[in-house]
Design a protein around this ligand. Structure first.
Ligand code: SF4
Length: 368
């Protein structure tokens, strides 16, 4: 394992190198500096060191399947190409049986997790969202339900009149085992206003995860970057997550999501550069010293950059997914999923050890 990082003429970078080598926590100013430096390779080496200390050469993936009960949504977030109005061409809301039919058609024997998200559809009651989970759990008891974003949970509180805790308890009773990480976007009220993020605000996003953690649930969390936000906004976002993690220790993984380009309403004209993607993964690894894994999401950054990201701090490549829709609606050019063999190839090709995991990062199989 290489731990020697070249001594640096840039004194600010040299200070950060010393801090990382000593395992000291980085500050807001450190994070912003790392975004502003063009010394990508030192940044990568630092993130690699931090990751090797936590995870060695193991890189995790899961056999999972994406499901979307409905794409009808009351919100109109500027960057979203997934949502539809009720009755609009292409809009849908699946019944439990329709979902079972879809899963029966596409599932393969190794799937151990359903990753479920969707629109905020006010035309069906909260009970619909509860029953949808129950039907799936009854039919596939061996598959873990990682379902709904914190924003969806917040939406359920509004349509049901229940508290966050009551909503979560009802969903857990129906089979919910973990929350997905979406809905965070950039945790800044100003950003949310400008980008018309018409869903849970910063405090509510964090409150839902806090409550889930207090109920004993492990959750995932994200950051959607590459629009109007500043580097400082991104680092502040990471620090909000870090602060909550200090309190609850309930996040298993942080997922930087690279914004996709098909979002004219959000003034997004092009894909993030590979340079920006790698920097964001590396800085996430360095800032979030209390979260075990940083994910390189191949759907948004491509398989080859994902391989490079594994030496820039990432220790997870998500999963098989089967038919991803949200990023593809926004212009992703990547495959809609990968097979287990392709994921193993991807990780081994980067000189790392693929580890098949369950939702909770228990190791299922190590592919030495
Ligand atoms: S991002 Fe989510 S909440 Fe916003 S419009 Fe799209 S589906 Fe609705």
């Amino acid at each position: 394992m290489t731990t020697v990082i070249a001594r640096h003429a840039d004194t600010r970078m040299a200070e950060i190198v010393d801090k990382v080598e000593r395992g000291e926590r980085l500050t807001l100013e450190d994070g912003v500096y790392l975004y502003e430096t063009d010394d990508l390779l030192t940044l990568g080496q630092l993130a690699n060191l931090a990751n090797l200390r936590k995870n060695g050469k193991k890189v995790y993936f899961i056999e999972n399947m994406s499901l979307y009960f409905t794409n009808v949504c009351e919100a109109h977030c500027a960057f979203c190409n997934f949502r539809k109005d009720q009755g609009e061409e292409g809009s849908y809301t699946l019944s439990g049986q329709e979902m079972i039919d879809y899963v029966d058609q596409h599932i393969h024997p190794g799937v151990r997790e359903f990753h479920i998200v969707g629109g905020h559809n006010p035309h069906v009651p909260f009970q619909y969202y509860v029953d949808s989970l129950r039907v799936l759990k009854e039919k596939y008891p061996q598959v873990t339900l990682k379902a709904y974003t914190a924003a969806e949970i917040d939406f359920f509180t509004r349509i049901s009149g229940l508290s966050i805790e009551e909503v979560l308890r009802q969903l857990m009773d129906a089979g919910l085992e973990s929350l997905t990480g979406g809905g965070a976007e950039i945790l800044s009220d100003e950003y949310r206003k400008k980008m018309r993020v018409e869903k849970a605000g910063v405090d509510r996003y964090l409150e839902v995860h806090r409550t889930a953690h207090q109920l004993g649930m492990k959750t995932h969390t994200t950051m959607l970057y590459g629009a109007i936000e500043s580097h400082e906004d991104r680092v502040r976002h990471m620090m909000s997550i870090r602060e909550l993690q200090d309190e609850t220790n309930g996040f298993q993984v942080f997922i930087p999501l690279s914004m996709q380009p098909k979002s004219p309403k959000a003034s997004i004209k092009r894909r993030n550069s590979a340079y920006e993607d790698l920097k964001t993964i590396a800085i996430s690894r360095l800032m979030l010293d209390n979260i075990q894994h940083i994910k390189a999401y191949f759907i948004n950054i491509g398989t080859q950059l994902t391989q490079v990201a594994l030496t820039f701090g990432a220790s997870d490549v998500h999963g098989t997914l089967v038919k991803e829709r949200i990023s593809h609606a926004a212009g992703a050019l990547t495959p809609e999923g990968l097979t287990r063999d392709e994921l193993i190839w991807l990780v081994k090709g980067a000189g790392r050890i693929p580890v098949e995991r369950d939702t909770f990062y228990n190791e299922v199989k190590v592919y030495e």
